[in-house]
Design a protein around this ligand. Structure first.
Ligand code: UD1
Ligand code: UDP
Length: 369
């Protein structure tokens, strides 16, 4: 390709940064790609630490985050500011990743500017607009607006085919989260938070909007009970800074000698924590993808998942947010070594570490056509 193509890569939140970093780094090696990174900074501190870990400096930074932001106000701010950026930058193509408000807003703004969109991590679906909320709608809309769909698995490709998308616009690439994980997991990593080396570690994360309120309170009460009931176990919980999460977590879980609450861990320390963990309780999408690749059992604090592959492989279980279910399923894995071992198998249904290379090659072919 003799003409360099202007490719804008958009990053809003922590998981987008982790999953887009391998794509940015791979594209930067291509002579035909003029890569521009737009950070909307829907997240601020959690985004900056990932960009620093991968040595990525955004070309444009909208610094959009406000504490306790509402979805509507965030979307309005994003649309207005993105409009100016697209008018000034005129990219040939924009890449978005996943299902956040940044993705929805960017895909819509590109539609208005008639700029083609490539959707990374396309085709994930639960089939339920309330779970996860608002992400299921965000990814449906982003998918409808995208020209190219980089589906992580055959299941996600099938979801898109079922919705009538053109077969030739969907590519199974694997998930770039495994690329990122492989780039760091072999390093000598340190959690940076004191964890009793004599105890088994249960790692916890939670942030989903549909769990705010009573479901999340029930999960916290279950964790406190589990810490009481299993004195040979320590809980480490890096608390998401959303006030709907952090206020409740500190209210219900602080002051217990075997529960450590800390700020969100930077990506490398968090990978260290996953490697050290005996099992993981989470409602995170990314952690459901990473933990199986590290051989760590995951209990998902949700009623549905758009990532059925690891559940089908038997290494991830959906337990929901009911107090009794969280206590029973976690206790079972802490007491029954055979049940734990059956889930502690290293399988990686979400990728082989080459997703970014595939996306880059496909883009090169498409943009040359
Ligand atoms: C967002 C995404 C969700 C994704 C999650 C990853 C949407 C609607 N939600 O949810 O899909 O799974 O990110 O973590 O796009 N905050 C900080 N510092 C930060 C980041 C967040 O203080 O670095 C606090 C702020 O008070 C902010 C709040 O968290 O207003 C919520 O952030 P927001 O991006 O709106 O939603 P998340 O719950 O983080
Ligand atoms: N993560 C991190 N520090 C933490 C918790 C999670 O670096 O304290 C990473 C994790 O490795 C994964 C990503 O953040 O790659 C998942 O982000 P999150 O759970 O916020 O969003 P989701 O994946 O649910 O959209």
């Amino acid at each position: 390709m003799s003409v360099r193509r202007r490719i804008m890569v958009v990053i809003g939140t922590r998981p987008e940064a982790i999953k887009m970093a391998p794509v940015v780094l791979a594209l930067r090696e291509q002579p035909w790609a003029d890569v521009r990174v737009l950070a909307t900074a829907q997240h601020r501190q959690m985004l900056d630490q990932v960009l620093a870990a991968f040595g990525i400096v955004p070309d444009v930074d909208l610094d959009i985050m406000q504490p306790g932001q509402t979805l509507t106000a965030l979307t309005a701010r994003l649309l207005t500011r993105i409009d100016d950026v697209l008018a000034a930058e005129r990219p040939d193509i924009v890449l978005v990743q996943g299902d956040t408000t940044t993705v929805l807003s960017m895909a819509l703004a590109c539609f208005y500017h008639r700029i083609p969109v490539g959707h990374v991590e396309a085709g994930l679906r639960t089939g339920d607009l309330d779970n996860p909320f608002p992400e299921e709608m965000n990814r449906i809309v982003a998918g409808r607006l995208a020209r190219w769909h980089f589906a992580p698995t055959q299941t996600s490709r099938d979801n898109l085919l079922r919705e009538g998308f053109d077969d030739e616009a969907i590519f199974v690439t694997g998930n770039t989260v495994i690329d990122a994980l492989q780039q760091v997991a072999a390093r000598d990593l340190d959690i940076g938070v004191d964890v009793d080396p004599a105890k088994r570690l249960v790692l916890v994360t939670a942030h989903r909007r549909e769990n705010f309120g009573e479901p999340f309170r029930a999960v916290c009460r279950a964790i406190r009970h589990l810490a009481d009931a299993h004195p040979d176990t320590a809980f480490l919980y890096p608390v998401h800074p959303n006030p709907n999460v952090s206020d409740v977590a500190h209210d219900l879980l602080s002051g217990h000698e075997r529960i450590t609450l800390c700020r969100p861990l930077d990506y490398l320390p968090f990978v260290a924590a996953m490697k050290r963990a005996h099992l993981i309780l989470t409602d995170s999408g990314g952690v459901q993808e990473e933990a199986p690749a590290l051989g760590k059992p995951v209990l998902v604090l949700r009623h549905e998942t758009e990532r059925p592959e690891a559940v089908e492989a038997g290494v991830v279980r959906l337990v929901g947010t009911d107090y009794d279910a969280v206590v029973a399923e976690t206790s079972r894995l802490l007491r029954d070594d055979a049940a734990w071992r059956a889930m502690a198998r290293g399988v990686s249904p979400y990728g082989d570490g080459r997703a970014a290379a595939r996306i880059t090659e496909l883009l090169g072919q498409r943009l040359a056509a």
